[in-house]
Design a protein around this ligand. Structure first.
Ligand SMILES: CC(C)(COP(=O)(O)OP(=O)(O)OC[C@H]1O[C@@H](n2cnc3c(N)ncnc32)[C@H](O)[C@@H]1OP(=O)(O)O)[C@@H](O)C(=O)NCCC(=O)NCCS
Length: 178
């Protein structure tokens, strides 16, 4: 468990998720889906059940190259980061992550702190040699966080999102862990 202090002075705890967090996490993901168009799921589209989430968390715990981090205020999840490494030998050194926080907590340093934790975890694990992500090309807040922490743009994927009839492009970004 790590304690961080937000720009507004509030205290937030960061820790890896456990199976018992499934209900809180599903509740959080349903809420955050309605707050941002930058995620791969929109309002009402997060359909994973609590028991399915329990399985995901259990698998995440067992697999060496997966990482599920929660940001908590008291016992409420207000942010999360999920990294999944490759399942085969030739790609197990690399993986992709997604990160989010509740809108009322944006711009307070949580996103930065969670990605920093991921980078530190990857360095300590000594298996992950590259962290990847996809981000909508107009998501300047997220891009600012990633670039600040050393991620570089590696390419543009056109038409990655289709939201209410509008296509959005994404950047592929990466950070080498050496
Ligand atoms: C992206 C997200 C995780 C970032 O978390 P956060 O806690 O808001 O980020 P932080 O406060 O750590 O950092 C935000 C940075 O962006 C900057 N910023 C804010 N608005 C910005 C904008 N419109 N353009 C550029 N930079 C911006 C802030 O100043 C801050 O930079 P600084 O630390 O140098 O001052 C969060 O905003 C979120 O959940 N967004 C919706 C979901 C999402 O987009 N997820 C990422 C998908 S790839």
């Amino acid at each position: 468990m790590k304690t961080i202090h937000l720009k507004n002075g509030q205290t937030v705890f960061l820790r890896e998720a456990i199976k018992g967090d499934a209900l809180e996490l599903v509740t959080y993901l349903q809420k955050v889906s309605a707050e941002s168009d930058f995620l791969t799921f929109g309002p009402g589209e997060f359909s994973t059940s609590v028991s399915e989430e329990e399985e995901i968390l259990e698998e995440s715990h067992i697999a060496k190259n997966r990482f599920m981090l929660l940001a908590l205020v008291e016992n409420t999840v207000i942010g999360c980061l999920h990294f999944t490494g490759g399942s085969r030998k030739r790609i197990q050194h690399t993986g992709e992550f997604g990160v989010s926080a509740l809108r009322e907590y944006w711009n307070q340093g949580i996103g930065t702190a969670m990605v920093q934790e991921l980078i530190q975890w990857a360095k300590d694990l000594n298996v992950i040699r590259k962290i990847k992500l996809r981000v909508r090309s107009d998501n300047s807040r997220a891009i600012r966080v990633y670039e600040k922490l050393g991620f570089v743009q590696e390419g543009l994927i056109t038409r990655e999102f289709l939201i209410q009839g509008v296509f959005y492009d994404c950047f592929y970004m990466g950070l080498c862990i050496d």
